[in-house]
Write a protein of this length. Sequence first.
Length: 215
Amino acid sequence: MPGAGVEIVVNPSVSGQHSLRLTPSDALEVAKFLRDGLQFDYLSNATGVDWPDKEIAEKVKVKREVTKTVDGVEQTVEETVEETRKRVEPGCLEAVYHLYSMALKEGPLVLRMRTVNRKEQAELPSLTPVWRSAEFQEREIWDLYGIVFKGHPDLRRLLMWDGFKDHPMRRDYVEPDDFEYEPTAHDDVLKRAEAHRAAHATAGALQHEGTGGGQ
């Protein structure tokens, strides 16, 4: 498929299960080619991956003017020094699909798609129009990770209830101190709630001291 955005992702592990990362805008056409042209007619599994923001430290060489004393005379010279600079690589969400060919008995062929980011641009095209078995699995990915699958015929909660907030499989998800179905906290939930209350009380006391007792 000339011009299609397809990247081979090499897996260096013992399994050596390499995969194809698709550009979302080309994903549907590539999926149809895999199904109709290469007979990958069965989608067995689809899941999500959360890639949080990542801080990367890089060593770079920069030129600086420094003042040195040579034979009692101050001189300004240019030197190359090495600095460590940090940058944040934006995170994203990823959908991963496993395909098989029942006719040719081949597979798995692993497909990947990544969103632009984890927040306001967390959209991907649905592959349900190509493989119907993706319908419930993409609903699960939306429910747990928050990927919005454009073109999905019925994208709604599958495991969590309709009024549930957030997506519990994200790495930065924070569990609440109680739940709608269990308003009285106990066991691990109770310990977490007590720890949060103690932390809030300490923070409040420190803030009170910092403002001179409110005077």
